[in-house]
Design a protein around this ligand. Structure first.
Ligand SMILES: Cc1cc2nc3c(=O)[nH]c(=O)nc-3n(C[C@H](O)[C@H](O)[C@H](O)COP(=O)(O)OP(=O)(O)OC[C@H]3O[C@@H](n4cnc5c(N)ncnc54)[C@H](O)[C@@H]3O)c2cc1C
Length: 390
C-alpha cells in the first residue's frame, strides 16, 4: 500500500513467517499471546474455534501478520466498536538494534511513566523488530447487518457523528459514496450513497443500539434496503480481486489512499480530494469506514488504464502528490491506517511538525548505527544526526 516493506539494495530483508506460534489463549483474562509472524487468518481460526475473536479484521487479514499490524498501526473493519490495533495491544516484545530483548506494556493498565507500547505501534521496523504480541480477545458473536440508502453524504456523516458522540458503538459503519456504492450493489446498483451498519456483542445491547441507529437514519430520511447488500459485503470483505485484476493489466493502475479528518471539515475535504483526483483517474471511489467521536477516516480509490506501465507509474506518483498536498492543505491526517512507507515519507515532517524532531531523536538513540529498516519513518538524509534544536 505504501511501499513500506520494500528493502533497499544492500540491506538484509528479515522474514518473520517462522515466528508463527500462538503461544497462549487465556479466555479468563481475555488475552492471546502470539509470535509476531502469525498470519491474521490463522489467529482468527484458532480463536474462533474457542468461541473468541480479536474483532481485529483488516481487509488483508489472510495476508498480513500480527507484527505487521502493530508496526503499521493498522486498523480493522470493526474499529468503530473495538478500536485500532493500539486498542488491542496489551504487551509486546521488541528486539532492539543493540540486541536487547524488551517487553513493554503493563496490563491491565499502568501509571508507571509514559506508555512505551506507543513507541513501537506504528514504528514500521525503524525502532526494532517486534517478535511477540499480546492482544485482547472477546467472545465471538454474530453481526446483525443492515443497509440504508442515504439522501446524500452530509446526512450520512451527520448520522455517524451523532451515533459516535451518543455512546452507541456499532461494530461496523461504512458510508459509501454513490460511485463506490455502484460497484458494491452490482449487478443491481442504485444511485445513492449507502451506509452499511453492523451491531455485535451482547445481544440485548446490540439490538438496542440497532434501534437507536435506525431512528437516527429515519430522521435523516434514509431508506432501509434490508440486509442483502451488507451481507454480500460481509461475505466478500477480504476480496480484493477487482483491483488486482486491473493491476495485472499493462498500464492498469489502482491506488487506495486513506486519510482522516475532524467532523467539521469532513465533507468539504472529501470533496476537495475527489476533485483533485478526478482528472487523474478513470474512476474515483470513496468511503468512510472508521468513525470516532471527534472525526472519521476517508478512503479513496483511484483507478484507470493507460497505455504502458511506465505511464501508469508516473500517474501513481501524481496521484500520491496531489492527494498528500490536498490532505495537508485541508488539515487532514495524511494516513489513517496504512502507515507512512516510502509514499508518505516526504510529507511526514510537515504533518508532525516538532514531533518529527522527537522521532528522529528516538531513532538516533535506539538505533545509532541505522540497522533497523534504514530509510523507514526518518528521512535517510537526516539519519544518524540528532536534529537541530534537540
Ligand atoms: C488487499 C489489502 C488490504 C488491506 N487492508 C487493510 C486494512 O483493512 N487495514 C489496515 O490497517 N491495513 C490494510 N492493508 C495494509 C497492510 O496489510 C497492513 O498495513 C498490515 O498491517 C501490514 O502487515 P504485514 O504483515 O503485511 O506487514 P508488511 O507489509 O510486511 O510490513 C509493513 C511494515 O511493517 C514492518 N514490519 C512488519 N513486521 C514487523 C515486525 N515483526 N517488527 C517490526 N516491523 C515490522 C515492515 O518493516 C514494514 O515497514 C491492506 C493491504 C492490502 C494489500
Amino acid at each position: 500500500m505504501t511501499g513500506s516493506p520494500l528493502p533497499s539494495a544492500g540491506f538484509v530483508l528479515l522474514d518473520t513467517r517462522s515466528l508463527n506460534r500462538i503461544v497462549d489463549i487465556d479466555a479468563v483474562d481475555g488475552l492471546v499471546h502470539v509470535q509476531a509472524g502469525v498470519l491474521g487468518s490463522d489467529l482468527e481460526e484458532a480463536l474462533q474455534a474457542e468461541g473468541l475473536t480479536t474483532w481485529f479484521s483488516p481487509q488483508s487479514l489472510d495476508r498480513s501478520t500480527v507484527g505487521g499490524w502493530v508496526a503499521t498501526r493498522a486498523s480493522g473493519q470493526f474499529s468503530s466498536r473495538w478500536g485500532g490495533i493500539e486498542d488491542a495491544v496489551v504487551c509486546l516484545t521488541v528486539v532492539l538494534a543493540n540486541g536487547a530483548i524488551v517487553r513493554v506494556g503493563t496490563p491491565p493498565r499502568g501509571a508507571v511513566g509514559p506508555d512505551l507500547r506507543s513507541l513501537f505501534i506504528g514504528s514500521e521496523g525503524a525502532l526494532g523488530v517486534i517478535t511477540e504480541v499480546t492482544l485482547r480477545v472477546y467472545p465471538l458473536s454474530p453481526v446483525a447487518l443492515s443497509t440504508f440508502a442515504l439522501k446524500d453524504i452530509p446526512s450520512g456523516l451527520e448520522v455517524i457523528r451523532r451515533l459516535m458522540q451518543s455512546g452507541v458503538s456499532p461494530a461496523l459503519l461504512r458510508l459509501y459514496d454513490k460511485d463506490e456504492a455502484y460497484h458494491l450493489q452490482a449487478p443491481s446498483p442504485g444511485s445513492a450513497p449507502i451506509l452499511i451498519a453492523g451491531f455485535a456483542g451482547q445481544e440485548e445491547i446490540a439490538a438496542a443500539e440497532q434501534r437507536v441507529a435506525r431512528r437516527l437514519l429515519v430522521d435523516a430520511e434514509a431508506e432501509d434496503l434490508g440486509p442483502d447488500a451488507a451481507e454480500a459485503w460481509f461475505k466478500n470483505r477480504y476480496d480484493f480481486s477487482r483491483l488486482e485484476a486491473l493491476l495485472d493489466k499493462p498500464g492498469g493502475y489502482a491506488e487506495t489512499i486513506e486519510v482522516a479528518f475532524g467532523w467539521r471539515r469532513a465533507h468539504g475535504s472529501y470533496l476537495e480530494l475527489k476533485e483533485a483526483l478526478r482528472p487523474r483517474s478513470d474512476e474515483v471511489l470513496g468511503h468512510f469506514s472508521h468513525a470516532y467521536s471527534d472525526g472519521i477516516s476517508c478512503y479513496l480509490i483511484a483507478t484507470g488504464e493507460l497505455d504502458t506501465d511506465p505511464a501508469a507509474l508516473e500517474r501513481l506518483e501524481q496521484i500520491w502528490r496531489v492527494t498528500m498536498e490536498t490532505a495537508l492543505a485541508c488539515g487532514a491526517v495524511i494516513s489513517h491506517h496504512h502507515g507512512v512507507g516510502t509514499a508518505r515519507l516526504p510529507y511526514l515532517a510537515r504533518q508532525l511538525g516538532g514531533g518529527y524532531d522527537i522521532l528522529t531523536t528516538l531513532k538516533h538513540a535506539l538505533d545509532p548505527r541505522q540497522l533497523c529498516h534504514p530509510g523507514s519513518l526518518v528521512d535517510p538524509e537526516g539519519q544518524g544526526k540528532p536534529p537541530c534544536g534537540l
